[in-house]
Design a binder for this molecule. Structure first.
Ligand SMILES: [Zn+2]
Length: 257
């Protein structure tokens, strides 16, 4: 089993969006300024020989929905389609796609995987469906949440989709959110919490909030669930938008096994 990190470019934003009030002025530091930071966008590909599983589909390069607050940048080779190509894969080679949630930097390219089975948290799907059915915009970055998926598994309870791969429910950042735990022979256990934990600063302890969550109480509960799992499984957490950590990760075509 091989696990590839597919680099899909980066976004830039004020750090306070990621870690709420990480920088602010005080009586003794009236000149404090906030930081403009780069945050990675990436997908995870697991190759189990006869099966290819993709966790998240990255940002859609054709539109910049959050261009002022959080612009997206990429080099040609970082496009998801080109990342797959570098591994000699086409979208039709992907058997399963797990969407951690429906925000645009995670589901942006979902439409190119026509033949894959999709996995998404039931609560997330229902929330977006209800909003779209009522012609409302769901709260958050939902531009590419397309629901015309042919083969879809709506995930209610934490489930195993393979002997060594588990999907876990981590709601809070969005209405429903799936993280992924992968047990690798050499590397050990990796836990991908997606935006349930953006960076090591959000993870703490103490856990720190993002600027906005769908449900703050559930956000904290999910972080404690991750902490318990990390301890129990001796897992390494791979944060979703932590450039400091991302720089240290192996990227495709290199892989973990
Ligand atoms: Zn994100």
């Amino acid at each position: 089993m091989k696990l590839y990190i597919l680099d899909n470019g980066w976004m830039e934003c004020d750090e306070n969006w990621i870690v709420c009030l990480n920088s602010y002025k005080t009586k003794t530091n009236r000149e404090a300024t906030s930081r403009w930071i780069k945050i990675p966008v990436y997908c995870v590909l697991i190759d189990i020989g006869n099966e290819k599983i993709l966790f998240d589909t990255g940002q859609n390069p054709n539109e910049y929905d959050r261009s002022i607050r959080c612009p997206y940048y990429y080099r040609e080779e970082q496009l998801l389609i080109n990342q797959l190509k570098s591994l000699h894969l086409e979208p039709t080679d992907i058997d399963k796609v797990i969407l951690s949630h429906f925000h645009d930097d995670h589901c942006g390219n979902m439409d190119i995987f026509k033949s894959a089975e999709f996995y998404i948290a039931q609560d997330e799907y229902d929330y977006v469906k209800e909003a779209l059915d009522n012609h409302q915009k769901p709260k958050g970055a939902y531009k590419y949440a397309h629901l015309n998926i042919e083969k879809i598994h709506l995930v209610k309870e934490d489930i195993k989709i393979h002997d060594h791969i588990q999907l876990i429910n981590l709601p809070g950042h969005s209405k429903g959110l799936l993280g992924m735990i992968v047990h690798l022979e050499k590397e050990g256990t990796l836990l991908f919490p997606s935006d349930a934990v953006d960076t090591h600063l959000n993870y703490g302890p103490p856990a720190m909030p993002q600027y906005s969550q769908y449900n703050l109480e559930k956000y904290y509960e999910s972080i404690e669930k991750i902490r318990n799992l990390q301890e129990r499984l001796n897992a390494k957490i791979i944060f979703s938008h932590d450039m400091e950590q991302f720089m240290t990760l192996k990227k495709a075509p290199d892989y973990y096994e």
